[in-house]
Design a protein around this ligand. Structure first.
Ligand code: PLZ
Length: 455
């Protein structure tokens, strides 16, 4: 249902065409001027993937202030799975913001928060009784998951993995694997975090046939000998690593960890911040392996671009905290909750789970064909609309971040936004909005191929 205000806003400008268009070089003159102001006003520590200033965006197109229309293959880092400014999100946000902007849920509750929690309790894997708490960001939700797991188990230790990314707060920096750029100089870090080997199949030195068993044996041995299984509050893992370069664990690895956690009274937590909300061709990535986590952390795709995150878990774990032990000023803000309900409705009504699987097929087939042509592509991996390529020096597995930079810059100059990732800084990742048309995706992939041809 369109509100009057929304109609007005939509008719004040032409709808944004879903096509790539270069009005100027990228960056254009207006963006170039504005980026000088950015440099002057914001700290150097904030990176910038593409040096343009965005004026508006819809579905899979970003339009900058010079009038360039850029194809979005990043979704704001896996956030706008339902598309930029998705209609149901925008409409619900406008209605919500006109009703009230904030009360604080622990001061005076409202239905949007409760409805998002009900939806997550219903949609996340497992038929057990679940409860959900809402926060503002992925990092805050991961922190809360650990906090709740420690309280419920009365244990200190947290198990994490190589190549993991969980956020930028003090605890989540400690949970994150990669030093530069995330941790360098920002310590000391939170204690009682234990990092385990990860079965990175492309770079695994052992026998590929027994990678799952061998990795599980290593991990369990280390937990038992170096931590003590009875000290473990939680095992935390991304079902597919995000910032770590879209590493897909070998089949059975997640299930093995879950089994170990349940046999030893630890909480098995899936960080689905990047993999969640239809991205991988399932609503949640753990579903592909039939794994049911005790807790699942979601953010990004949950609210179509508004800041919202959640921890959903077994009711008895979630209820362990005393009254007042959990909270926050903005967590589950009514506008963000309205956006989440619009995003969830969009995923269900536009069948975006199936759409992600379709995009995954198109993208995966294209990337594999590209890899057979260009030996600089060492591996294609991912699931659904979460695909990546790892670039190496041809004839070896030596990381090739230089080639990655060149291809990424080429794509940008032609109006295609792609993101990078990976422990070795040599991965190009693809996270298109799930509403991208086949034509637009094909156009973007054509540009990508030109990028490889230009090397
Ligand atoms: N867990 C799996 O991917 C966020 C980071 C962007 P926040 N990833 C994007 C950047 O450079 O800061 C992420 C994630 C996984 C947790 C987080 C953290 O989510 O919403 O950024 O706090």
């Amino acid at each position: 249902m369109l509100t009057g205000a929304y109609n007005l806003r939509m008719t004040s400008k032409d709808p944004l065409p879903q096509s790539r268009h270069l009005a100027t070089a990228i960056p254009g003159p207006k963006s170039t001027e504005a980026i000088k102001r950015r440099t002057d006003a914001v700290p150097a520590g904030l990176g910038m993937a593409i040096p343009v200033i965005i004026e508006r965006a819809h579905d899979a197109i970003l339009e900058d202030i010079d009038g360039n229309r850029i194809i979005d293959l990043g979704s704001g880092i896996g956030v706008v799975n339902v598309g930029n400014s998705a209609e149901r999100v925008v409409n619900r946000v406008i209605d919500a913001v006109q009703a009230f902007t904030h009360t604080n849920f622990t001061t005076a509750p409202y239905m949007g928060y409760i409805e998002v929690c009900e939806a997550l309790n219903r949609l996340t894997p497992g038929t057990h009784k679940k409860k959900t708490i809402l926060q503002n960001s992925g990092a805050e939700a991961v922190e809360n998951a650990i906090k709740i797991a420690r309280h419920a188990t009365k244990r200190p230790a947290v198990i994490v993995f190589e190549h993991a990314y969980h956020g930028r707060t003090n605890l989540t920096m400690a949970l994150t694997a990669k030093n530069l750029p995330y941790k360098e100089g920002y310590g000391p870090f939170a204690p009682e975090i234990y990092r385990m080997p990860y079965p990175y199949s492309y770079r695994w030195l052992g026998n590929p046939a027994t990678i799952t068993e061998d990795a599980l044996e290593m991990v369990i041995h280390k937990i038992e000998k170096e931590v003590g299984a009875h000290n473990v509050a939680a095992i935390l893992i991304e079902p597919i690593t995000g910032e770590g370069g879209f590493l897909v664990p070998p089949k059975g690895f997640l299930a093995g960890l879950q089994k170990f956690a349940s046999e030893n009274g630890a909480v098995f937590i899936a960080d689905e911040v990047q993999t969640g909300f239809a991205r991988t061709g399932n609503l949640f990535a753990v579903e592909a392996e039939g794994v049911v986590p005790d807790m699942i952390v979601t953010a990004k795709g949950i609210a179509g671009g508004l800041p919202l995150a959640a921890v959903t878990g077994r009711a008895e774990i979630m209820d362990s905290s005393h009254v007042g032990g959990l909270g926050g000023t903005y967590g589950g803000n009514p506008i963000a909750c309205a956006a989440a309900l619009g995003a969830i409705e969009t995923i269900e009504e536009e069948k975006l789970v199936e759409r992600a699987a379709h995009i995954g097929k198109v993208l995966g087939d294209f990337l594999r064909a590209l890899a057979s042509k260009y030996p600089v592509i060492g591996e294609v991996r991912g699931r659904g609309a979460m695909q990546a390529i790892e670039l190496v020096k041809p004839g070896s597995k030596d990381p090739n971040p230089e080639a990655m930079q060149k291809v990424v810059k080429y794509c940008q100059s032609k109006g295609v936004l792609v993101l990078t990732a990976g422990t070795y800084g040599n991965v190009i990742r693809f996270l298109p909005p799930l509403v991208i048309t086949d034509e637009l995706l094909a156009d973007a992939l054509g540009v990508l191929e030109e990028g490889f041809a230009s090397l």
